[in-house]
Design a protein around this ligand. Structure first.
Ligand SMILES: NC(=O)c1ccc[n+]([C@@H]2O[C@H](COP(=O)([O-])OP(=O)(O)OC[C@H]3O[C@@H](n4cnc5c(N)ncnc54)[C@H](O)[C@@H]3O)[C@@H](O)[C@H]2O)c1
Length: 354
């Protein structure tokens, strides 16, 4: 493809600005030609800020008026399904922000639309594009840890609900599990070579959310009286995979923990590894326990993170490079999330069909 590809963005809130800077960096390959948000003031000032000529409040009009090659869907979660399917049906390739949808049935419909239109549906699993993931995956793929059979994924915030639509299940589909847990569950699955989940046992709590300040620090979005607070503030789960891996995950918006904690731990037959926030390895050498810290900066860097994800998406669209974060991966994550919420509700283990 010698001409620049034409890109559209649906949902011009916080995260879309990271997609925008990813596309701007690749301005020899692509151009954002149209954007859409239901909030007219927001989309108008975004268009002015980024010098984009065409802006819309209805993505169907945008998709009909522009022959877009690629679309970023950055709306709140409950709009992902309709926006992604409309974009795919307009023959655009799509990158959809995480989580894929609000449940796995919606996710399956989205993937079906991608297959029927023969277009790419990539998931915005941005942690797969982190410098830390790249380093750790390289060690794992070279056999440094042996077979990984246990992992822990922790994404706990003491007081960090982003507020707005994130706290309202009808817009978000859930709380910290679907918002934060999805990142770390997907990262472990990616590092462990994408095994399929077979069962979960989960629990969710909503003990603090209504009493704690919402979004008092960290990531926040616009709030108004439309949005109710009705998501969990803590989710924990044990997930079993078809390759024998067991993953323990915990994710919170509100929790009486000393400080926010974001840790990934992997335990294999030859060694263990941890991201907290830097990468460390633990193993036996010559009959002695050693811990190894790779030189250089191995902590997740946000600089260039979304840019790498967008670069991969554009590369997949232009060069048909195999996609590193597919719609099928998105469905699997949604099945895990559905099963955890079901298990929490019913108080029993829930099996997952692959
Ligand atoms: N990858 C990450 O690390 C990461 C981080 C934060 C958010 N996200 C994801 O990005 C998405 C957006 O989150 P955000 O923080 O930018 O939220 P936000 O509230 O800042 O932006 C969402 C925007 O979508 C718009 N919108 C809603 N329905 C629409 C529709 N039908 N058509 C057009 N626009 C519509 C809203 O008006 C709003 O401007 C969510 O799915 C969220 O989970 C991902």
């Amino acid at each position: 493809m010698s001409q620049k590809i034409k890109v559209g963005i649906i949902g011009t809130g916080n995260i879309s600005t990271y997609h925008m800077s990813g596309y701007n960096r690749l301005n020899d390959k692509c151009e954002v030609t149209a954007i859409c948000d239901i909030d007219e003031n927001k989309v108008k000032s975004y268009a002015e800020k980024y010098s984009i000529n065409s802006y819309y409040t209805d993505y169907r009009k945008m998709l009909a008026n522009h022959k877009l090659d690629a679309v970023s869907v950055c709306t709140w979660n409950s709009e992902h399904k309709n926006a992604v399917i409309a974009a795919l049906n307009s023959k655009a390739n799509v990158i959809c922000e995480k989580p894929m949808a609000i449940n796995s049935l919606e996710a399956a419909e989205m993937q079906k639309a991608a297959e029927e239109n023969n277009k790419l549906l990539m998931m915005g699993f941005v942690r797969r594009f982190g410098n830390d993931a790249e380093i750790l995956k390289n060690f794992i793929d070279n056999g440094s840890l042996g077979d990984i059979y246990y992992a822990k994924a922790t994404y706990l915030r003491r007081n960090g609900c982003p507020g707005g639509w994130f706290k309202d299940i009808s817009y978000s589909g859930g709380g910290p599990l679907i918002d934060l847990g999805v990142h770390v569950m997907d990262l472990v699955r990616y590092l462990a070579n994408n095994p399929n989940p077979i069962s979960v046992f989960g629990a969710t709590y909503n003990n603090l959310g209504l009493n704690r300040a919402v979004g008092s620090k960290g990531y926040t979005v616009e709030d108004d009286s439309r949005f109710k607070f009705n998501v969990e503030d803590l989710a924990v789960a044990m997930i079993k995979f078809d390759n024998g891996l067991t993953l323990f995950v915990e994710a919170s918006f509100n929790l009486n923990i000393k400080q926010d904690t974001n840790v990934i731990e992997l335990f294999g037959t030859k060694g263990g590894a941890k991201i907290d926030p830097k990468i460390e390895f633990y193993m036996d050498m010559n009959g002695r326990f050693v811990d190894i810290t790779p030189h250089g900066d191995t902590a997740l860097s946000f600089t260039g993170l979304f840019e790498s994800e967008i670069e991969h998406f554009v590369d997949c669209v232009i060069n048909k490079t195999p996609c590193r974060a597919t719609g099928k991966d998105g469905i699997i994550l949604m099945k895990m999330i559905d099963a955890i919420y079901k298990s929490a509700k019913e108080g029993r283990e829930v099996l997952i069909d692959s």
